[in-house]
Design a protein around this ligand. Structure first.
Ligand SMILES: NC(=O)c1ccc[n+]([C@@H]2O[C@H](COP(=O)([O-])OP(=O)(O)OC[C@H]3O[C@@H](n4cnc5c(N)ncnc54)[C@H](OP(=O)(O)O)[C@@H]3O)[C@@H](O)[C@H]2O)c1
Length: 327
């Protein structure tokens, strides 16, 4: 697998990252190890987890796998801290909460540092100053190499960048955010997470900060929009977030392109992200549930979409950036 050099990071990472959210919980340890092995064999060296995933089971599972396969030194690990599902809005960004989270994360993974810690869901009630000071404290203690954010507003990211410059802090190096061919339904008000819209795209083009694209297949919704006829058999969340006329049109185009090229829909969606479509560095965070799905997703490495195909998938690129498709 190709490696990429993310801006501001001193080592290369594999161009695909493996999302391990359900490892050890929805996916058994045996299946999780199988998925990790497949990814590793294809050259994948970049894993994504979070303190909250499976209440620690995800971090424990990847830690056990790395120890069992003796591959810790080869892997770059991202975990996310500062989220607590037992709290209202799931936020836990105070100093003591971040310090507790990172120590728990390290003890679950079983190693004394990880490469990246990202702030999972922002809490605007906590000052950016307190958060950055805490992340610097964690970095100086040698527990992480870099830090970044996930699901933060552009305004708060700009505030963090300004503060980091003023104080000579390392600052955010990666933003993990939803990015895929779909457009999240604006009527889906309950979500605390964010997706790459016009404002994020402009911010990332300007700063060149890398985007870790989570939910690269829109949680599987685009495939299901066609197969399950408008997501009827899908999870409630998917229906709320993705069942829109716009996404149905994208799903139709994916289906047509898949039919014409023989590439699976998932491969086309990931290849689109790998094409760096908006002019800033992106690495997709794969969410395959089964070995078959993962092998299918990894097939994206073997295809290159033509400019015509890319344009066909995002025929609205200009309009998209102007938000025209909400009308
Ligand atoms: N920072 C955050 O707030 C945040 C939020 C979400 C995710 N993440 C990270 O991103 C990772 C991936 O997110 P995600 O699970 O939403 O990714 P995703 O790839 O968009 O969705 C995964 C789902 O897509 C379907 N799928 C996967 N491979 C497929 C294939 N080859 N063909 C057809 N369908 C396929 C499966 O649906 P079925 O299960 O229905 O088969 C699977 O459960 C997570 O593991 C996590 O590490 C981060």
């Amino acid at each position: 697998m190709k490696t990429i050099q993310l801006p501001g990071i001193s080592f290369p990472v594999s161009c695909l990252c493996l999302g391990c959210a359900y490892y050890g919980s929805r996916e058994s340890e045996a299946v999780s190890f199988q998925l990790l092995d497949i990814f590793y064999e294809r050259g994948g060296r970049f894993l994504n987890t979070a303190h909250e995933y499976g209440r620690g089971l995800s971090e424990q599972t990847i830690g056990r796998w790395m120890c069992d396969r003796n591959v810790r030194d080869e892997m770059a690990i991202t975990s996310k801290i500062g989220e607590d599902h037992d709290k209202p809005y799931a936020r836990a960004m105070k100093r003591h909460e971040l310090l507790e989270d990172i120590d728990e994360t390290l003890s679950r993974v079983g190693y004394d540092y990880i490469e990246f810690a990202l702030l999972h869901i922002d809490d605007p009630e906590v000052s950016v100053e307190e958060i950055l000071e805490t992340m610097e404290e964690i970095r100086h203690a040698g527990k992480i190499l870099y830090y970044g954010c996930s699901n933060w507003s552009v305004d708060r990211m700009v505030e963090a960048d300004t503060l980091a410059k003023q104080h000579g802090y390392d600052g955010f190096r990666v933003n993990e955010i939803e990015m895929n061919l779909a457009r999240s339904n604006p009527a889906n008000e309950v979500r605390t997470t964010k997706w790459v819209d016009e404002a994020y795209a402009a911010y990332h083009r300007k700063t060149q900060m890398a985007v870790g694209a989570y939910s690269p297949l829109a949680s599987g919704a685009l495939t299901k929009l066609i197969i399950d006829s408008e997501l009827n058999n899908s999870r409630e969340y998917n229906k709320r977030a993705y069942a829109t006329p716009y996404n149905l049109e994208i799903a139709r185009r994916l289906y047509a392109l898949s039919d014409q090229t023989g590439h699976a829909s998932a491969q086309i969606q990931i290849a689109w992200l790998l094409s760096q479509p908006y002019g800033f560095p992106v690495f997709p965070i794969l969410g395959a549930r089964t070995p078959e799905q993962l092998i299918d997703c990894l097939g994206s490495l073997d295809i290159a979409l033509t400019s015509h195909q890319l344009a066909y998938l995002k025929p609205d690129k200009d309009l998209y950036l102007k938000g025209e498709f909400d009308k």
